[in-house]
Ligand binder design. Structure first.
Ligand code: SF4
Length: 315
Protein backbone atom coordinates (compact mmCIF):
# COMPACT_ATOMS: atom_id res chain seq x y z
CA UNK A 1 0.00 0.00 0.00
CA UNK A 2 1.24 3.47 -0.90
CA UNK A 3 1.15 6.02 1.94
CA UNK A 4 0.87 9.38 0.23
CA UNK A 5 2.12 11.78 2.90
CA UNK A 6 1.07 15.40 2.43
CA UNK A 7 3.61 18.15 3.02
CA UNK A 8 2.89 20.71 4.41
CA UNK A 9 0.90 19.11 7.22
CA UNK A 10 0.66 19.45 11.00
CA UNK A 11 1.96 22.22 13.22
CA UNK A 12 1.81 25.77 11.87
CA UNK A 13 3.90 28.69 13.12
CA UNK A 14 1.14 29.88 15.51
CA UNK A 15 0.73 26.47 17.14
CA UNK A 16 4.51 25.99 17.41
CA UNK A 17 4.79 29.37 19.13
CA UNK A 18 1.88 28.70 21.55
CA UNK A 19 3.26 25.30 22.58
CA UNK A 20 6.81 26.61 22.97
CA UNK A 21 5.35 29.47 25.01
CA UNK A 22 3.65 27.06 27.42
CA UNK A 23 6.72 24.79 27.60
CA UNK A 24 8.92 27.79 28.40
CA UNK A 25 6.45 29.12 31.00
CA UNK A 26 6.51 25.72 32.74
CA UNK A 27 10.33 25.68 32.62
CA UNK A 28 10.44 29.11 34.26
CA UNK A 29 7.60 28.93 36.80
CA UNK A 30 6.81 25.22 37.26
CA UNK A 31 3.64 23.54 36.08
CA UNK A 32 1.23 25.43 38.35
CA UNK A 33 0.12 27.37 35.29
CA UNK A 34 -3.38 28.06 33.95
CA UNK A 35 -4.44 28.29 30.31
CA UNK A 36 -7.63 29.99 29.15
CA UNK A 37 -9.26 27.36 26.89
CA UNK A 38 -7.23 24.63 25.19
CA UNK A 39 -3.79 25.98 24.25
CA UNK A 40 -4.48 24.53 20.77
CA UNK A 41 -7.39 22.33 19.75
CA UNK A 42 -5.65 18.98 20.00
CA UNK A 43 -6.28 16.18 22.47
CA UNK A 44 -2.72 14.80 22.44
CA UNK A 45 -1.24 18.23 23.17
CA UNK A 46 -3.78 19.11 25.87
CA UNK A 47 -3.39 15.68 27.54
CA UNK A 48 0.40 16.05 27.58
CA UNK A 49 0.22 19.43 29.35
CA UNK A 50 -2.54 18.25 31.71
CA UNK A 51 -0.30 15.34 32.75
CA UNK A 52 2.46 17.87 33.47
CA UNK A 53 0.11 19.68 35.87
CA UNK A 54 -1.22 22.53 33.71
CA UNK A 55 -4.87 23.49 34.33
CA UNK A 56 -7.10 24.47 31.41
CA UNK A 57 -10.01 26.74 32.37
CA UNK A 58 -13.06 27.98 30.49
CA UNK A 59 -13.74 30.88 32.87
CA UNK A 60 -11.36 33.42 34.34
CA UNK A 61 -13.12 32.96 37.70
CA UNK A 62 -11.72 29.40 37.82
CA UNK A 63 -8.18 30.82 38.02
CA UNK A 64 -6.85 31.57 41.53
CA UNK A 65 -6.04 35.24 42.09
CA UNK A 66 -2.42 36.16 41.36
CA UNK A 67 -1.68 33.04 39.29
CA UNK A 68 -0.09 32.75 35.84
CA UNK A 69 -2.55 32.51 32.96
CA UNK A 70 -1.79 31.92 29.29
CA UNK A 71 -4.17 32.98 26.55
CA UNK A 72 -4.44 30.25 23.91
CA UNK A 73 -3.47 30.55 20.22
CA UNK A 74 -7.09 31.42 19.34
CA UNK A 75 -7.05 34.79 21.10
CA UNK A 76 -9.41 36.38 23.63
CA UNK A 77 -11.75 39.34 23.80
CA UNK A 78 -10.92 42.59 25.66
CA UNK A 79 -13.53 41.62 28.27
CA UNK A 80 -11.49 38.52 29.17
CA UNK A 81 -8.31 40.60 29.43
CA UNK A 82 -10.10 43.05 31.72
CA UNK A 83 -11.43 40.26 33.94
CA UNK A 84 -7.93 38.77 34.22
CA UNK A 85 -6.50 42.20 35.11
CA UNK A 86 -9.06 42.78 37.83
CA UNK A 87 -8.24 39.34 39.27
CA UNK A 88 -4.56 40.23 39.48
CA UNK A 89 -3.49 37.44 37.11
CA UNK A 90 -0.07 37.44 35.44
CA UNK A 91 -1.02 36.89 31.83
CA UNK A 92 1.08 35.69 28.90
CA UNK A 93 -0.51 36.07 25.50
CA UNK A 94 0.08 33.11 23.16
CA UNK A 95 -2.43 34.37 20.59
CA UNK A 96 -1.26 33.63 17.04
CA UNK A 97 -0.16 36.92 15.40
CA UNK A 98 -2.36 36.08 12.41
CA UNK A 99 -5.41 36.01 14.72
CA UNK A 100 -4.28 39.29 16.31
CA UNK A 101 -4.15 40.76 12.79
CA UNK A 102 -7.89 40.02 12.37
CA UNK A 103 -8.62 41.60 15.80
CA UNK A 104 -6.74 44.74 14.75
CA UNK A 105 -8.65 44.90 11.46
CA UNK A 106 -11.95 44.62 13.38
CA UNK A 107 -10.92 47.45 15.72
CA UNK A 108 -9.81 49.64 12.79
CA UNK A 109 -13.03 49.14 10.80
CA UNK A 110 -15.26 49.64 13.84
CA UNK A 111 -13.44 52.87 14.75
CA UNK A 112 -13.88 54.12 11.17
CA UNK A 113 -17.65 53.63 11.41
CA UNK A 114 -17.93 50.40 9.43
CA UNK A 115 -20.22 47.53 10.32
CA UNK A 116 -18.25 44.29 9.99
CA UNK A 117 -19.61 41.05 8.60
CA UNK A 118 -17.47 38.31 10.13
CA UNK A 119 -17.45 35.01 8.24
CA UNK A 120 -16.83 32.23 10.75
CA UNK A 121 -18.19 29.42 12.89
CA UNK A 122 -20.53 30.35 15.72
CA UNK A 123 -19.07 29.43 19.13
CA UNK A 124 -15.46 28.93 17.93
CA UNK A 125 -12.95 30.42 20.40
CA UNK A 126 -11.38 32.61 17.71
CA UNK A 127 -14.76 34.01 16.60
CA UNK A 128 -15.77 34.77 20.20
CA UNK A 129 -12.49 36.64 20.72
CA UNK A 130 -12.75 38.65 17.49
CA UNK A 131 -16.40 39.58 18.05
CA UNK A 132 -15.52 40.77 21.55
CA UNK A 133 -13.35 43.54 20.04
CA UNK A 134 -16.41 45.42 18.77
CA UNK A 135 -19.57 43.50 19.67
CA UNK A 136 -21.99 46.21 18.53
CA UNK A 137 -20.27 46.52 15.14
CA UNK A 138 -19.93 42.85 14.11
CA UNK A 139 -22.47 40.45 12.61
CA UNK A 140 -21.50 36.79 12.19
CA UNK A 141 -22.43 34.83 9.05
CA UNK A 142 -21.61 31.19 8.33
CA UNK A 143 -23.10 30.60 4.87
CA UNK A 144 -24.50 32.25 1.71
CA UNK A 145 -27.96 31.61 3.23
CA UNK A 146 -27.02 33.76 6.24
CA UNK A 147 -25.99 36.52 3.83
CA UNK A 148 -29.47 36.44 2.28
CA UNK A 149 -30.93 37.17 5.73
CA UNK A 150 -28.85 40.35 6.21
CA UNK A 151 -30.89 43.54 6.03
CA UNK A 152 -28.35 46.37 5.98
CA UNK A 153 -29.41 49.37 3.86
CA UNK A 154 -27.83 49.49 0.39
CA UNK A 155 -25.59 52.41 1.35
CA UNK A 156 -24.43 50.93 4.69
CA UNK A 157 -20.69 51.25 5.35
CA UNK A 158 -19.70 47.58 5.39
CA UNK A 159 -16.52 45.51 5.55
CA UNK A 160 -16.01 41.77 5.87
CA UNK A 161 -13.43 39.72 7.76
CA UNK A 162 -12.98 35.95 8.06
CA UNK A 163 -11.94 33.43 10.68
CA UNK A 164 -8.39 32.24 9.92
CA UNK A 165 -9.19 28.53 9.59
CA UNK A 166 -12.12 28.42 7.17
CA UNK A 167 -12.39 26.38 4.00
CA UNK A 168 -10.98 28.67 1.30
CA UNK A 169 -13.63 27.45 -1.12
CA UNK A 170 -16.61 27.83 1.23
CA UNK A 171 -15.47 31.24 2.43
CA UNK A 172 -15.22 32.22 -1.26
CA UNK A 173 -18.91 31.33 -1.71
CA UNK A 174 -19.92 33.50 1.26
CA UNK A 175 -17.72 36.38 0.07
CA UNK A 176 -19.28 36.06 -3.40
CA UNK A 177 -22.78 36.27 -1.90
CA UNK A 178 -21.77 39.33 0.15
CA UNK A 179 -20.28 41.10 -2.87
CA UNK A 180 -23.37 40.40 -4.98
CA UNK A 181 -25.66 41.77 -2.28
CA UNK A 182 -23.42 44.68 -1.19
CA UNK A 183 -21.08 45.44 -4.14
CA UNK A 184 -19.39 48.26 -2.21
CA UNK A 185 -18.45 46.04 0.78
CA UNK A 186 -14.80 46.56 1.76
CA UNK A 187 -12.43 43.56 1.69
CA UNK A 188 -9.73 43.06 4.34
CA UNK A 189 -6.38 44.56 3.29
CA UNK A 190 -4.84 41.07 3.20
CA UNK A 191 -6.43 37.60 3.15
CA UNK A 192 -7.53 36.56 6.69
CA UNK A 193 -7.55 32.80 6.07
CA UNK A 194 -4.00 32.02 7.12
CA UNK A 195 -1.15 30.58 5.06
CA UNK A 196 -1.17 27.29 7.04
CA UNK A 197 -4.89 26.67 6.51
CA UNK A 198 -4.58 27.52 2.82
CA UNK A 199 -1.48 25.36 2.24
CA UNK A 200 -2.85 22.28 4.04
CA UNK A 201 -6.13 22.52 2.14
CA UNK A 202 -4.30 23.00 -1.15
CA UNK A 203 -2.25 19.85 -0.50
CA UNK A 204 -5.36 17.73 0.17
CA UNK A 205 -7.20 19.15 -2.84
CA UNK A 206 -4.24 18.32 -5.05
CA UNK A 207 -3.33 14.91 -3.63
CA UNK A 208 -6.77 13.43 -2.88
CA UNK A 209 -7.18 12.72 -6.61
CA UNK A 210 -4.37 10.12 -6.33
CA UNK A 211 -5.77 8.45 -3.20
CA UNK A 212 -8.50 5.90 -2.41
CA UNK A 213 -8.77 6.97 1.23
CA UNK A 214 -7.98 10.15 3.20
CA UNK A 215 -6.90 10.14 6.84
CA UNK A 216 -6.56 13.46 8.67
CA UNK A 217 -4.83 13.56 12.05
CA UNK A 218 -6.48 16.11 14.30
CA UNK A 219 -9.15 16.57 16.95
CA UNK A 220 -12.87 16.88 16.27
CA UNK A 221 -12.95 20.43 17.70
CA UNK A 222 -10.11 21.60 15.45
CA UNK A 223 -11.68 23.80 12.78
CA UNK A 224 -8.85 23.56 10.26
CA UNK A 225 -8.58 19.75 10.70
CA UNK A 226 -12.31 19.33 10.04
CA UNK A 227 -11.99 21.39 6.87
CA UNK A 228 -9.25 19.00 5.61
CA UNK A 229 -11.50 16.01 6.24
CA UNK A 230 -14.38 17.75 4.42
CA UNK A 231 -12.16 18.48 1.41
CA UNK A 232 -11.26 14.78 1.25
CA UNK A 233 -14.95 13.86 1.43
CA UNK A 234 -15.87 16.42 -1.24
CA UNK A 235 -13.37 14.66 -3.54
CA UNK A 236 -15.62 11.59 -3.11
CA UNK A 237 -12.95 9.74 -1.12
CA UNK A 238 -13.76 8.08 2.20
CA UNK A 239 -12.26 10.48 4.74
CA UNK A 240 -11.66 10.12 8.46
CA UNK A 241 -10.55 12.63 11.10
CA UNK A 242 -8.81 10.84 13.97
CA UNK A 243 -6.74 11.77 17.00
CA UNK A 244 -4.33 8.88 16.62
CA UNK A 245 -3.51 5.32 15.55
CA UNK A 246 -5.83 3.77 18.16
CA UNK A 247 -8.82 4.90 16.07
CA UNK A 248 -7.72 3.17 12.84
CA UNK A 249 -10.19 0.51 11.69
CA UNK A 250 -9.14 -2.47 9.55
CA UNK A 251 -12.24 -2.28 7.33
CA UNK A 252 -11.21 1.18 6.09
CA UNK A 253 -8.23 -0.39 4.30
CA UNK A 254 -9.93 -3.23 2.41
CA UNK A 255 -9.03 -2.88 -1.27
CA UNK A 256 -7.15 0.40 -0.66
CA UNK A 257 -4.01 0.93 -2.77
CA UNK A 258 -3.19 4.54 -1.83
CA UNK A 259 -3.98 6.30 1.44
CA UNK A 260 -3.45 10.05 1.76
CA UNK A 261 -2.28 11.13 5.20
CA UNK A 262 -2.25 14.69 6.43
CA UNK A 263 -2.62 16.51 9.75
CA UNK A 264 -4.34 19.67 10.92
CA UNK A 265 -2.31 22.66 12.06
CA UNK A 266 -2.66 21.66 15.73
CA UNK A 267 -1.80 17.95 15.35
CA UNK A 268 1.75 16.93 16.39
CA UNK A 269 3.97 14.94 14.04
CA UNK A 270 4.25 12.09 16.58
CA UNK A 271 0.61 11.08 15.95
CA UNK A 272 1.26 11.06 12.19
CA UNK A 273 4.32 8.83 12.64
CA UNK A 274 2.35 6.47 14.93
CA UNK A 275 -0.22 5.99 12.16
CA UNK A 276 2.49 5.43 9.56
CA UNK A 277 4.13 2.81 11.81
CA UNK A 278 0.84 0.93 12.12
CA UNK A 279 0.11 1.09 8.38
CA UNK A 280 3.64 -0.05 7.57
CA UNK A 281 3.45 -3.02 9.91
CA UNK A 282 -0.14 -4.06 9.17
CA UNK A 283 -0.38 -3.45 5.43
CA UNK A 284 3.22 -3.16 4.23
CA UNK A 285 2.73 0.57 3.60
CA UNK A 286 5.48 2.47 1.78
CA UNK A 287 5.74 6.22 2.38
CA UNK A 288 5.75 8.64 -0.56
CA UNK A 289 5.95 12.21 0.78
CA UNK A 290 4.88 14.92 -1.66
CA UNK A 291 5.68 18.60 -1.08
CA UNK A 292 3.01 20.83 -2.63
CA UNK A 293 4.23 24.09 -1.07
CA UNK A 294 7.27 25.18 0.94
CA UNK A 295 6.66 26.85 4.32
CA UNK A 296 9.20 29.02 6.11
CA UNK A 297 7.10 30.87 8.69
CA UNK A 298 7.93 31.24 12.37
CA UNK A 299 6.77 33.58 15.12
CA UNK A 300 8.75 34.82 18.14
CA UNK A 301 7.62 34.09 21.68
CA UNK A 302 5.31 36.76 23.18
CA UNK A 303 7.18 39.86 24.32
CA UNK A 304 6.10 39.51 27.98
CA UNK A 305 7.68 36.03 28.07
CA UNK A 306 10.87 37.26 26.39
CA UNK A 307 11.04 40.05 28.96
CA UNK A 308 10.72 37.54 31.80
CA UNK A 309 13.43 35.38 30.21
CA UNK A 310 15.77 38.39 30.05
CA UNK A 311 15.02 39.33 33.68
CA UNK A 312 15.74 35.76 34.81
CA UNK A 313 18.98 35.66 32.85
CA UNK A 314 20.16 38.80 34.72
CA UNK A 315 19.54 37.29 38.19
S1 SF4 B 1 -3.84 27.92 11.88
FE1 SF4 B 1 -3.11 29.89 11.10
S2 SF4 B 1 -4.10 31.44 12.40
FE2 SF4 B 1 -4.32 29.44 13.45
S3 SF4 B 1 -2.55 29.34 14.82
FE3 SF4 B 1 -1.91 28.39 12.89
S4 SF4 B 1 -0.94 30.05 11.69
FE4 SF4 B 1 -2.14 30.99 13.34
Amino acid sequence: MRILLANPRGFCAGVNMAIECLDETIRMFGSNVYVYHEIVHNKYVVDRFTQQGVTFVDRISETPEGSILLYSAHGVSPQVREEARSRGLHTIDATCPLVTKVHLEAIKYAKSGYHIVLIGHDGHDEVIGTMGEAPASITLVESPEDVEQLSFPDDAKLAYLTQTTLSVEEAGLVIGALKRKYPHIESPPKEDICYATTNRQHAVTQLAAEADLVIVLGSQNSSNSRRLMEIGASSSKPSHLIDGAAELQDEWFEGIETVLITAGASAPEIVVQDVIDVLTKRYGGVVDEVVTREEHVSFPLPKELRRLQTERARV
